[in-house]
Design a protein around this ligand. Structure first.
Ligand SMILES: [Ca+2]
Ligand SMILES: [Ca+2]
Ligand SMILES: [Ca+2]
Length: 322
């Protein structure tokens, strides 16, 4: 276990390289605890860092990142891991996985409670393990995985699991900055045999670590689609004021109630049927209801928009109500 070992810390001036600033889109925000400059993943990182801790296989290192209110709920677009040895040129290593937890890991438990919402090994279609290149800010694109931190969480945890032991300073590790450590932002998951033999999260600030781990994330404010309207049957196409709730030309007033199949649905159907408006498309051409109420449009039966099939279905179910 790394925490029980004699620890050392060294500041190393690293190989010279360009420190460019990568462009962030206007709606993106870089989150970090460390005070090192923004680093372009395409160039070696050339600023001094600390090398501390030897991690063991299956241990995790994690950083807790705070989400400004304007970015909640947050979508995690990319994550970054600085990876460094003293020489900065030991090549690349593949470790086990990357994880995102909503909330803050560790004890005492932070409210709302942390739970893991992303594991790169489970990422579709085949999962992945991160390859880390010594001397670089390694960046991983998570934007296609829809990793959303719900609005009630003001922080999340980005963690990585080691596949094998690290061996700084000769080997690379996750380095730290040189201006002190922020409590409850840097965590390691492991054991301290023989005292604590079940893995758990430990706050590195309590274990002589002197800097913040240089692991970061780029977020944007998540766009949460409004929930699909609740409909009680195929004829329930509008709210009680006749504002369409399926394929609406404009979003219906959310304050207007929808009490199932009413006059509002009748009015909406006749206001749109003869113009073939999309909210009247409730069945396939044979009058079989579309999902979620039927299997319309499957089995080779076409659905050419608003046709006689929709008319027939609407009146076959309208007077039944819901
Ligand atoms: Ca710091
Ligand atoms: Ca209705
Ligand atoms: Ca139709």
């Amino acid at each position: 276990m790394a925490l029980s070992r004699a620890m050392w810390c060294a500041s190393v001036a690293l190989i010279a390289g360009t420190l460019a600033t990568p462009a962030l889109a206007v709606d993106e925000l870089l989150l970090k605890n460390d005070n090192l400059p923004v680093a372009d993943p395409d160039f070696p990182v050339s600023v001094p860092v600390g090398l501390q801790f030897n991690f063991d296989a299956n241990e995790k290192v994690g950083v807790v990142l705070l989400i400004p209110p304007a970015y909640r709920p947050a979508k995690v677009l990319r994550v970054q891991v600085l990876w460094r040895s003293a020489s900065g040129n030991t090549g690349s290593t593949i470790h086990d996985n990357l994880e995102i937890w909503k909330g803050r890991v560790g004890l005492p438990a932070f409210v709302p409670t942390a739970s893991r919402i992303f594991d790169s090994l489970d990422a579709p279609p085949d999962g992945f393990s991160p390859q880390l290149i010594d001397g670089y800010m390694n960046e991983y694109d998570l934007s296609s995985f829809n990793v959303i931190i719900p609005a009630e969480y003001d922080r999340f945890t980005f963690a990585m699991t080691f596949a094998q032991n690290t061996s700084a300073p000769a080997g690379a590790t996750t380095p730290i900055d040189l201006n002190g450590i922020t409590p409850a932002r840097n965590w390691v998951y492991g054991t301290i045999p023989p005292i604590i033999n079940t893995p758990q999260w430990f706050d590195m600030a309590n274990f002589q670590q002197t800097g913040d781990v240089v692991m970061r994330a780029v977020i944007t404010k998540a766009i949460i689609a409004p929930p699909a309207p609740v409909r009680c049957g195929p004829a329930d196409i509008a709210n009680d004021q006749g504002e369409p709730i399926i394929n609406p030309p404009t979003p219906p007033n959310p304050a207007t109630p929808n009490n199932g199949v009413t006059e509002g649905d009748y009015n909406a159907f006749f206001s749109g049927f003869f113009d073939a408006q999309a909210w009247c498309d409730i069945s396939d051409d044979q009058g079989t209801a579309l999902a979620p109420f039927g299997t319309g449009g499957t089995g080779g039966v076409p659905n050419n928009g608003v046709t006689e099939g929709d008319y027939n279905l609407f009146f076959s179910v309208f007077f039944n109500g819901c």
